[in-house]
Design a protein around this ligand. Structure first.
Ligand code: G3P
Length: 216
């Protein structure tokens, strides 16, 4: 499973990129707004840090404007993926951009039927939101499992990007279900490193080594 960071914060992206395990980045209008810079500027800076697919979302909600905004976003960098909300005009824009060879990430997916439409429109990526479904008292991971099954039934090429992953368990379950990509905030990626037995084991190794050879 590819690991993407779900952030527009450059410090977090630099830290993640330095570990050598970040394959791409997802942003959304809320994450861009948090950084306070215009989307073109922020996304260009992100592309300089991470060499992989970088999703940048349109804010237009009507077909024609969505397509125009999408085309404009792709001019920023060759790695830009145009993110479109899963509404009627968004799916139509996905189809139009796909016919121009522009790659899209159809976002705000909460139901398998929506994902079927995005795949039929030629989306490069579909983004089902696991955490936000859990917030409603339902099981977000069930949606990932359904999408893996449906896309495999019909050999759709659209990649399933498990989004809104808030816990290490969300990441593990997404990988078990067969999601192609998991996108997560920096703190979730950072938490994946942690295990108390790793810390305890390392402490013991170093103690034993120091006892035998000193602190050389
Ligand atoms: O960027 C889309 C998604 O990952 C947002 O996550 O935690 O705001 O539901 P969250």
């Amino acid at each position: 499973m590819k690991i993407f960071l779900d952030t527009a914060n450059l410090d977090e992206l630099r830290k993640g990129a330095a570990w050598g395990i970040v394959d791409g980045v997802t942003t959304n209008p809320s994450l861009i707004a948090k950084e306070g810079k215009p989307i073109e500027e922020q996304v260009r800076a992100i592309c300089d840090i991470v060499d992989g697919d970088i999703s940048a979302e349109v804010v237009a909600t009507e077909f024609k404007q969505m397509v125009e905004e999408g085309r404009k976003l792709t001019k920023i960098h060759k790695n830009i993926i145009v993110k479109l909300p899963l509404i009627r005009d968004g799916v139509q824009a996905c189809k139009a951009l796909e016919s121009e060879g522009i790659r899209t990430n159809v976002t705000l997916c909460f139901q398998a039927g929506q994902a079927l439409l995005a795949a039929k429109a030629g989306a490069y990526i579909i983004s089902p939101f696991v955490g936000r479904i859990d917030d409603m008292g339902e099981d977000g991971m069930e949606l990932i499992e359904q999408l893996v099954q449906i896309y495999s039934n019909y050999n759709f090429k659209t990649q399933i990007l498990a989004a809104s992953l808030r816990t290490t368990n969300h990441v593990i379950q997404s990988a078990l279900a067969g999601a192609h990509i998991g996108t997560m905030p920096f703190k979730t990626l950072d938490a994946l490193f942690n295990h108390p037995l790793t810390d305890k084991g390392l402490e013991q190794f170093l103690k034993d080594h120091a006892k035998a050879f000193g602190n050389k």
